[in-house]
Write a protein that binds this ligand. Structure first.
Ligand SMILES: [Cu+2]
Length: 315
């Protein structure tokens, strides 16, 4: 018995000391509830010492939707609670599904303003919740501020009503698939915005592609992509044609750079009424179609966006 006591005593003292020092650190007392999240989803934070984790990083979003979505990252000094201005968060987005993981195109975040708020833009290729509420997978936004990381898991809902994204492809344009087998490349056309007033609307589009499950770059004239054998090729030119009068007339969209395209002076749409925007995509002279097959005019040669211009406009 005496022997046992002697053996246990030092361990017991050591444990008490360890507990005492943990509860005394500033880090452990301020570590929760950051990061916080306003949309009922769960969050985790990479837990490091207070010295390398100087920020409170908070995520908020009205609702994240398939297609273009935006969220706010707020950065505060953890010790003082003061907003941190002029710092630019970066982030990656990964969806974990039973069939594997993939990323999605992201635009990135603005520098934080005087309130510590940064606006981040992402283009979700997939919702994490179906209309019936069943889950298709989990999105993880890994946000980095300085050397500190925080991970958020937003619920991404399906777009309803207006079309948020469309996919066009050409079966001759392939990438190396997940298993190494050639796979037809997807070109994602995301609705960026629809602004203006009846008789004079502007439609903006963002074009991106899947290079691999974890690479989804924007596509612009001059972009370098890889084919199924890894050989690089240059995108030049891209032609996106738009029709807003049920394919009676077509006109080319203007390329604005970084994957953005726009069409101004659209006369056919009416505020508050759902119109139909048709888009045709040609890259390096090759037509991209809804099924990847050769063009059958009027059947597979364009994708369709249901588009309802808003009644009220903020100027
Ligand atoms: Cu997915």
């Amino acid at each position: 018995m005496r022997f046992l006591k002697l053996l246990l005593a030092p361990i017991f003292v050591f444990s008490l000391a360890a507990c005492g020092s943990l509860t005394d650190t500033a880090d452990s007392t301020t570590d929760t509830p950051t990061p916080t999240n306003t949309d009922n989803s769960t969050n985790t934070e990479t837990d490091t010492s207070a010295a390398t984790e100087p920020y409170s990083i908070t995520y908020s979003a009205a609702m994240e939707l398939e297609g273009k979505s935006m969220f706010t990252i707020n950065v505060k000094d953890k010790a003082t609670g003061t907003a941190v201005a002029d710092i630019t968060p970066t982030f990656t987005a990964t969806m974990t599904m039973t069939s594997g993981s993939h990323s999605t195109p992201v635009k990135g975040c603005s520098a934080t303003n005087s309130s510590g708020d940064s606006t981040c833009t992402i283009y979700y290729v997939m919702a994490s919740k179906m209309a019936n509420g069943s889950s298709t997978g989990t999105w993880a936004l890994k946000v980095t501020v300085g050397n500190q990381e925080a991970t958020f898991n937003p619920d991404v809902m399906m777009a309803t009503g207006d079309t948020a994204k469309a996919i066009l492809k050409n079966n001759e344009d392939k990438i190396a698939g997940m298993t190494g087998d050639p796979e037809t490349r997807k070109l994602f056309l995301f609705k960026e915005s629809l602004m203006g007033t009846t008789g004079n609307h502007t439609f903006k589009l963002f074009l991106a592609t899947r290079e691999s499950m974890m690479m989804h770059p924007a596509v612009a004239t001059g972009s370098k992509l890889k084919n199924e054998t890894g050989t690089e090729w240059t995108v030049d030119p891209i032609v996106i044609e738009i029709s807003t009068d049920n394919e009676t007339t077509w006109s080319a969209m203007t390329e604005d750079g970084d994957g953005y395209f726009s069409k101004t002076e659209i006369a056919d749409l009416v505020d508050g009424t759902t119109g139909n925007i048709k888009l045709k995509l040609t890259i390096n002279g090759n037509a991209y179609t809804t099924d990847g097959m050769a063009v059958i005019a009027g059947i597979n040669d364009s994708c369709s966006f249901a588009a309802t211009p808003a009644m009220a406009h903020a100027h």
